[in-house]
Design a protein around this ligand. Structure first.
Ligand code: GDP
Length: 446
């Protein structure tokens, strides 16, 4: 996600930063390129127009152009405007301030990831906030939808309302409310029926369910891969029901980012969560400033460290952070990282979150890397001597043959691993140059 936009903007920014002085025309040229980049990313046209107008006005002010670092200042103006476009510097939280059972109604089109997101949010509420949650599927249209939620419920350890075949959505909603009250449930999640298109019957059904359950949150689930369509769907829904937020799914895919960037401006509703995979833990709270940092190629180190801290023991995470700050990164660190990648749900997530990780990701992809390869790499590092691990430069041709034999791999596998290690240690050095993790955090205003 955001890869090509990020590349394009990176190019524009490099040009701006590279100049000592800027003229108004330079800024206008740069803004034209930013405009094209946003349009190519599928951001809605009115949103792009407003964005460019605002940024240009600020950026061609004399105080900017006459400053000592005009390029940097323009970049900062764009950065701030992107954060604004994504919803501002606050992280929208779920509002659960109501008498229990607090109801969260999930709405959206079929296939958008509604059922999956319902279970992911239930898991999050249970594990992060210690809430007693319950889920009920009101989807009587799609065969096996209710069964699907039940299976997911079992997976995440959250109760689901027993299925009674033949009941209508409003009947199920009524029954869910009663059950939730009886069982002293804190949060009740209602997974409403999807449709292939927005139609009146669906809207009426949603309204009826809302009347019965009086939801505190009504979250619209949309698929980021559908780009502008996602925004259109959001617009039609928000005209009919009182949405309180958006869950944007498939952010792990190669969507160009338009949906994420236009959603707030077009609907006025905050993106509250981002779905980043099929697994139940693949849900992120949507932090606009962190996502902006990702788009601008600065990496999202804060989320990365948080994820790492969740996946590994605290001591390990601290040790790694310290070594990252020192710009050190040997084979032992790489091995730890590989383990973490497995714990964190594979490779996809890590890439793009760290400054300089794009090159490392490219190196991984070039080596045909998938999660099985993680295990092979672990075996290779296991076959190295402690000295080789601390100082991979020792690995000459002879040593490589020994390690390959020991790990049941080929010398070319060893070379790939060394290449990846080199890219990653470069990324670590970059973090150090930017003032370490603390420096980065300060720069991001965290
Ligand atoms: P629903 O019809 O809206 O309830 O959609 P589902 O929840 O059944 O999701 C449809 C498919 O999308 C399933 O195969 C999910 O595993 C998948 N899915 C949902 N969210 C995500 C996501 O964030 N990323 C990816 N890669 N797949 C997702």
């Amino acid at each position: 996600m955001f890869d090509s936009l990020s590349d394009r903007l990176g190019g524009v920014f490099d040009k701006l930063r590279g100049r000592g002085a800027l003229k108004e025309q330079d800024v206008r040229d740069a803004m034209r390129e930013v405009r094209i980049a946003l349009l190519e990313a599928d951001v809605a046209l009115p949103v792009v127009r407003r964005f460019i107008d605002q940024v240009t006005e600020k950026a061609i002010g004399q105080s900017v152009l006459r400053s000592v670092t005009p390029g940097q200042q323009v970049v900062k103006i764009v950065n701030d405007a992107i954060i604004e476009m994504l919803g501002g510097d606050v992280t929208p939280e779920l509002d659960l301030n109501a008498a229990p059972p607090v109801v969260i109604m999930m709405v959206g089109l079929q296939g958008s990831g509604k059922t999956t997101s319902t279970a992911k949010i239930a898991k999050l509420l249970k594990e992060k906030q210690g809430k007693k949650a319950m889920m009920a599927s009101l989807d009587v249209n799609r065969p096996a939808a209710q069964e699907q939620l039940k299976v997911l419920g079992e997976q995440v350890g959250v109760a689901t309302l027993p299925i009674i075949p033949g009941q209508q959505p409003t009947e199920i909603a009524t029954r869910a409310m009663q059950a939730a009250k009886l069982q002293a449930v804190d949060v009740l999640l209602l997974d409403t029926a999807g449709r292939l298109h927005v139609d009146q019957q669906l809207m009426d059904e949603m309204k009826a369910v809302a009347e019965i359950s009086n939801p505190r949150e009504t979250l619209l689930v949309v698929d980021s891969l559908t780009g502008q369509d996602a925004v259109n769907v959001a617009q039609s829904f928000s005209g009919q029901v009182d949405l309180t937020g958006v869950v944007l799914t498939r952010m792990d895919g190669d969507a160009r980012g338009g949906a994420a960037l236009s959603m707030r401006a077009v609907t006025g509703k905050p993106i509250k969560f981002a779905g980043t995979g099929e697994k139940m833990e693949a849900l992120e709270v949507f932090h606009p400033s962190r996502v902006a940092n990702r788009i601008l190629g600065m990496g999202d180190v804060v989320s990365l460290v948080e994820k790492a801290a969740e996946a590994v023991k605290v001591e390990d995470a601290e040790a790694l952070a310290k070594r990252m700050e020192q710009g050190k990164f040997d084979m032992n660190d790489l091995r730890m990282q590989l383990k973490q990648m497995q714990n964190m749900g594979g490779l996809g997530m890590l890439a793009g979150m760290m400054p300089g990780m794009k090159k490392a990701k490219a190196a991984m992809q070039a080596s045909g890397m998938d999660d099985r390869v993680l295990l092979r790499m672990d075996a290779i590092i296991g076959s190295m001597t402690p000295k080789e691990r601390a100082n991979p430069a020792l690995l000459n041709a002879k040593r490589k043959i020994r390690v390959a034999k020991g790990s049941g791999t080929q010398v070319q596998d060893i070379n790939k691993l060394l290449k990846m290690h080199m890219e990653m240690s470069k990324a670590m050095k970059q973090i150090k140059k930017m003032g370490g993790l603390k420096g980065l955090a300060a720069m991001f205003g965290k």
